[in-house]
Ligand binder design. Structure first.
Ligand code: SF4
Length: 763
């Protein structure tokens, strides 16, 4: 060993160490990200297979570690050939190797030299040959750069690297010790827990202690954000958590999480907690018209030279929300988006969208695996997880887009695009009818897409100044599609939808994920604990099955703080809102609404299954009851219009807002007290019966034996309960919910309504 380890130790991955100490110059994404992760893995496998073929005892993926003062450095070297005493670091790339920026090459050597030292120390070697193996994804050729080093020289280099990191590591160790000491002493930030909040907090803490997943159904109004963050902060100290990731489906959810962090920070002024908000690239980018490299964007130029000062300044701030990160970034002339990515490594609590952890190329997940962090993941409003995760693992390609590209793309790419077009057209010709789902993927078309992606990637690498947004969009869409095609299985459907004819013919290829469970498994496995929570997570087996919750997942159903007497629930069993009965339903719905309004004037929301239904119901209601103020959700709405719609719901206001179930007003809005005193829900929220949903139903039946329930009933009722949940927001609210449809009287439907409601038997 290089030096005697002292306690406490700071563990750092070789890559993180080298990125910290040896990365200088411009941010430049033109070269390195070209090969996809899959291609990178495949490239490594090709090189390893070539080495193993000659029976030389070649070793792959060698775990190595070493210490220097308080530092524990660890990582996996790509390969070692004992016969030649050659240690290899494999890097995949595309295009012209000469164009690789010098700072990328320097970083690769720095990593390899650290591995060289760790290998010499572990095996008592006096010298070793270091080989940087650049593997060209396109040509499958290797360029091997070698250097011979003796163990003493490598040790000196390693110690130099560590010495320039050790001050930072000591600062981080001190931060961690102070953080954990303060967290152990941390008291709940409010005078008392709200009803239900303690139960939620205890379940969260226990899940971390048991290192398991948790599904938590916890009603609105109990303070879920503080109720989940507080116990996990306590757990961070007790269970050695490196980080907590608080993930939300919407910006409003992120805001609530940041507010909860701020509340805790305000209650514990000595707590040195670093909280970071992750913003999407399109909101964080300062130069959307530029590309992310030093020749195009001034905030990419010299990024790594200015990063140390920006990083140090940022970490002075306990609350790094989007505005704070931007302010620091601009003060140091670095890109805010890439600064926030860097800050993840040093933050204690990271607040962001689901996709940062669960997506195909999720940054938080990748960093967790690479750095072997112990993390707890919180997913708020988790009833959205099924639909969001499905989207992450689905891919679409439109033929119309390719047709345009065939005319505008550079000549060098046309042959590859033509080949895709021919295979695509052949598939369309064979199809009977507008929609078809296929058991197998069209191999020839997928092969042509893979080739086209490779050629576009090669072209971009060879022509770094060239930029075409349409080709780039197509390229990324094809990469996503072909990546998902590699893991096509029972969890997904491949379908083709045709439209138009002749020169206007178009088709959409869709790899449609139905059950995200197989994709999420590695994400659940990588975290110490994962807690999914929402006001509506029933029935739990629907979420558990489709998301693939681990077998030891705990389940808690926190009792509502609300009393049945606060909410009058009525079932209008004399009305059917089925598609064929809609016209007939309009008059009795209008009468029912008017009757309720006359009895208790105030603010109401009325939910319908579609805009068409909404318009017809609102027209008739306005015609028959012109004295009642009515406002309608338009088909398209920006944030200002959304705010204006909600602004109509004032404490002393009166009227009925007509909205669509599952839309902007069906969840995530908070209208306490007299701002909303009732809701009319004229639908069961069942997804439309169409060929796609019917395919989903068949697949759900085949996998879980619950086709109708998992496709239609549960997702529909979840929306109904969310919408009804807008009425009672606090323990002093009172209100009325009318469930308008005869099916609400059925026992199986009533069983899906919240336990605290008192639901009478039809009126
Ligand atoms: S500011 Fe925008 S263009 Fe510039 S590096 Fe950042 S994300 Fe890329």
């Amino acid at each position: 060993m290089t030096s005697v380890a002292v306690s406490p130790t700071y563990t750092v991955a070789v890559r993180t160490l080298c990125e910290f100490t040896a990365k200088t110059g411009d941010l430049d994404l033109r070269f390195t990200p070209s090969p996809t992760a899959q291609e990178g893995i495949a490239g490594h496998a090709v090189v390893a297979a070539r080495r193993s073929a000659d029976d030389s005892g070649y070793e792959s993926e060698i775990a190595l570690s070493g210490t220097y003062g308080p530092l524990h450095v660890r990582g996996r070297a790509d390969g070692y050939d004992p016969a030649r005493n050659q240690l290899e670091e494999i890097k995949t790339f595309r295009g012209d190797l000469e164009r690789m920026p010098a700072n990328h090459r320097a970083l690769h050597w720095a990593q390899l030299k650290v591995y060289g030292h760790l290998l010499c120390a572990a095996r008592g070697l006096e010298r070793v040959r270091l080989a940087l193996v650049y593997f060209d994804i396109g040509s499958q050729k290797e360029t091997v750069l070698t250097e011979d080093h003796d163990a003493d020289g490598l040790r000196a280099l390693f110690e130099g690297q560590c010495a320039s990191f050790v001050a930072w590591a000591e600062q981080e160790l001190a931060h961690r010790a102070a953080r954990d000491a303060q967290l152990r002493a941390l008291a709940f930030p409010h005078a008392a827990f709200r009803p239900g909040q303690r139960e939620l907090a205890e379940a969260m803490y226990k899940a971390s202690a048991r290192s398991c997943a948790l599904l938590a159904q916890a009603p609105t109004g109990i303070g879920k954000s503080v109720g989940s963050l507080f116990p996990l902060l306590k757990a961070a100290a007790a269970h050695g958590l490196d980080k907590i990731f608080f993930l939300a489906a919407k910006t409003s959810g992120r805001r609530m999480a940041l507010d909860a962090v701020a509340t805790i920070q305000a209650s514990a002024p000595l707590l040195p907690l670093r909280a970071l908000e992750l913003a999407a690239r399109n909101t964080a980018c300062e130069h959307p018209d530029k590309a992310c490299h030093g020749e195009s964007c001034p905030l990419a130029q010299g990024f790594y030279d200015r990063l140390p000062a920006a990083r140090a300044a940022a970490l002075e701030q306990p609350m790094l929300d989007r505005a704070a990160v931007r302010e620091v970034a601009l003060a140091h002339n670095v890109c805010p988006y890439y600064l926030q990515s860097e800050l993840v490594k040093w933050a204690d609590v990271v607040v962001g969208d689901y996709n940062y952890y669960f997506d195909v190329t999720a940054m938080l997940y990748a960093l967790t695996v690479m750095n072997e962090w112990r993390v707890s993941v919180l997913a708020d409003e988790a009833h959205n997880m099924v639909s969001r995760a499905r989207k992450m693992y689905s891919a679409e390609l439109e033929h119309a887009g390719l047709r345009v590209l065939r005319k505008t793309a550079p000549e060098a790419l046309k042959k590859a695009l033509d080949r895709v077009h021919r295979q695509w057209s052949a598939l369309e010709k064979e199809q009977d009818g507008e929609y078809a789902a296929y058991a197998e993927l069209p191999d020839k078309l997928v092969g042509a897409l893979q080739t086209a992606a490779t050629e576009i990637g090669d072209y971009m690498a060879e022509n770094p100044a060239w930029f075409d947004a349409d080709v780039l969009d197509f390229y990324f869409a094809v990469l996503h599609f072909t990546r998902l095609a590699e893991s096509f299985g029972e969890h997904s459907i491949f379908d083709v939808t045709l439209s138009g004819s002749g020169t206007r013919a178009n088709s959409v290829l869709c790899l449609r994920n139905i059950v995200p469970a197989p994709f999420l498994k590695a994400r659940f496995d990588a975290a110490r604990s994962v807690a999914l929570f929402s006001a509506t997570l029933s029935p739990w087996n629907y979420y558990s099955d489709t998301l693939g919750m681990p077998a030891d997942t705990a389940w808690v159903d926190v009792a509502s703080p609300f009393q049945a007497a606060q909410l009058s629930v009525r079932i209008a069993g004399h009305i059917s809102t089925r598609y064929q009965h809609r016209d007939r339903s309009l008059a009795p719905i209008a009468a029912l609404m008017a009757e309720q309004y006359e009895r208790t004037p105030g603010n109401y929301l009325a939910f319908f299954s579609s805009f068409d239904y909404l318009e017809k119901a609102a027209d008739l209601f306005e015609e028959r009851h012109p004295h009642v103020p009515v406002w309608r959700q338009p088909r398209r709405m920006d944030e200002t219009e959304r705010d204006a719609f909600l602004a109509r719901f004032t404490e002393d206001g009166r009227g009925i807002g007509f909205a669509v179930l599952g839309g902007a007003f069906g969840e995530g809005i908070d209208l306490p007290g007299a701002r909303l005193i009732g809701a009319f829900i004229a639908t069961l929220g069942l997804p439309q019966i169409n060929p796609v949903n019917e395919k989903i139903r068949e697949r759900m039946q085949a996998i879980f034996g619950a086709g109708y329930d998992y496709t239609y009933l549960y997702p529909g009722l979840q929306k109904v309960v969310q919408a009804a949940g807008r009425v009672i927001r606090t323990t002093t609210d009172e209100g009325t919910v009318h469930l308008i449809d005869d099916r609400f009287a059925r026992p199986d439907i009533r069983a899906l309504l919240p336990a605290w409601w008192h639901v009478p038997h039809d009126r």
